[in-house]
Write a protein that binds this ligand. Structure first.
Ligand code: S3P
Length: 443
């Protein structure tokens, strides 16, 4: 086969140990750039994730006239232009692989006085955008998803003025909730979003940190348009979604003990932690504290034996990004794990139900894909060849599988790791794991 350097990753295992920090939180890094740009005054960010997704957001705001220094060692300084200070970009804004950039920006750009076009890579251009276009049109926004079936690119025309909306989310999506709230900053009157199940609340927490008043009652969050954001300092915690690879790595490796420092443990994100604990993982949450309005802790994990479970449906939206590696935990566990009610996994960076089921079967695991989930019978994992299908989290999940595989695991499409965890290989090496990018033609 012909490969590019880094396209294939060879994972040969190892035993996780020591103390590590993982990359900054992706969701929080995106929002820090967005709100920093729309604020009045300077915003200083530390711990920013310099992965390709967040860099796409950063580049978009630079293209709209915002002065941004960095990132340098996780430091970024944004000179906010105020809610009405963005300038029309000269060309279309390329969101790369990032659904968060495209959907949140759609909300924010729906209220601008200039037109924009949002594009992305092949994977992003397959993802549904109707879910943001519909409520934003209800607010008076002029948006069109030009791809077939409401897919990107998105064309956004200047709006005559947005109206506040009370919107009941049809799918539990933080991106849609955030898009509507960001459009609400530009709308007349009150904008409220009601969620069918809790989804990550970083937008709400960060709006509050920038001094923007919000009201929350049960499953509904509301804000009034026409306020202002004030520049602030944001310390981005480690990403629980990135930590999850190391939590599972250590949890399934006998004798492992790993401490992961300064990880965000926001209750709307900690589903993976609760699922692993239910599977019998030995994880302790230490030194819990609050940092810039977000809960943070150190996570200590020791290797042991996991057992399969039926994943409670209320944990699904709270663990939505961690399922690829949770499926690896299930493959390494004793007994059967069943996931249902997770059809959203089919429209992520890849169809994560299919890519994971295919790859696990290549490694000798009994995995049955369901329309909205998967059934995995834990058992021996062999070495073999799997494809990440350009999906960063699938690539890292299969690297973790190598820790308990009887032979090396070769992972195609692993360069996608840059999307969310560019220093994954360095952190893995520090934790004692043996993952090697393969050179061109060496696969
Ligand atoms: C995100 C929300 C989730 C998640 C994505 C990041 C966010 O997507 O999967 O990785 O930052 O708001 P959905 O809103 O589509 O569930």
């Amino acid at each position: 086969m012909t490969t590019q350097a880094g396209e294939w990753l060879l994972a040969r295992g190892g035993r996780p140990g020591g103390t590590v920090r993982v990359a900054g939180d992706k969701s929080i890094s995106h929002r820090a750039i967005m709100l920093g740009a729309l604020a009045e005054g300077e915003t200083r960010i530390t711990g920013f994730l310099a992965g390709e997704d967040c860099l796409a957001t950063l580049a978009a705001f630079r293209a709209m006239g915002v002065a941004i220094d960095g990132p340098a060692n996780g430091r970024v300084v944004v000179q906010g232009v105020g809610l009405h200070g963005l300038q029309a970009p000269v060309r279309s804004l390329d969101m790369g692989n990032s659904g968060t950039s495209m959907r949140l920006l759609a909300g924010l750009l729906a209220g601008q006085r200039f037109a924009t076009e949002l594009t992305g890579d092949a994977s992003l251009c397959r993802r549904p955008m109707g879910r943001v276009v519909a409520p934003l049109r209800d607010m008076g926004g002029s948006l069109t998803a030009a791809g077939e079936g409401d897919r990107p690119p998105l064309h956004i025309e200047p709006a005559a003025g947005l109206r506040g909306l009370h919107y009941a989310l049809p799918v539990a999506s933080a991106q849609v909730k955030s898009a509507v709230l960001l459009a609400g900053l530009y709308a007349d009157g009150e904008t409220c979003v009601t969620e069918p199940a809790p989804t990550r609340d970083h937008t709400e927490r960060m709006l509050a940190a920038f001094g923007y008043p919000l009201r929350r009652e049960a499953a509904t969050v509301c804000l009034d348009g026409g306020g202002r954001l004030v520049g602030t300092e944001i310390r981005v915690p480690g990403d629980l979604s990135s930590a999850a690879f190391f939590l599972v790595a250590a949890a399934i490796t006998p004798g492992a003990e790993l401490l992961i420092e300064e990880v965000g443990t926001n209750p709307t994100r900690r589903g993976a932690l609760d699922i692993l604990l239910a599977m019998g993982a030995d994880i302790t949450v230490e030194a819990e504290r609050t940092q810039g309005g977000e809960p943070v802790a150190d996570l200590r994990v020791r290797g042991g034996e996991l057992h399969g479970i039926e994943i409670p449906s209320d944990l699904v939206p709270l663990a939505i990004d961690e399922f690829p590696v949770l499926f690896v935990a299930a493959a390494a566990a004793r007994g059967r794990t069943v996931l249902r009610g997770a059809a959203e996994l089919r429209v992520k960076e890849s169809d994560r139900i299919q890519t994971m089921a295919d790859g696990l079967r290549n490694l000798g695991v009994a995995a049955e894909a369901l329309e909205d989930g998967i059934i995995i019978d834990g058992g021996p994992i062999t070495g073999g060849e799997v494809r990440a299908d350009g999906d960063h989290r699938v690539a890292m999940a299969f690297a973790v599988a190598s820790l308990v595989a009887s032979g090396p695991v070769a992972i195609g499409g692993a360069e996608a790791i840059r999307t969310s965890f560019p220093d994954f290989l360095d952190v893995a090496a520090r934790a004692g794991l043996d993952f090697q990018p393969m050179e061109e033609g060496s696969a």
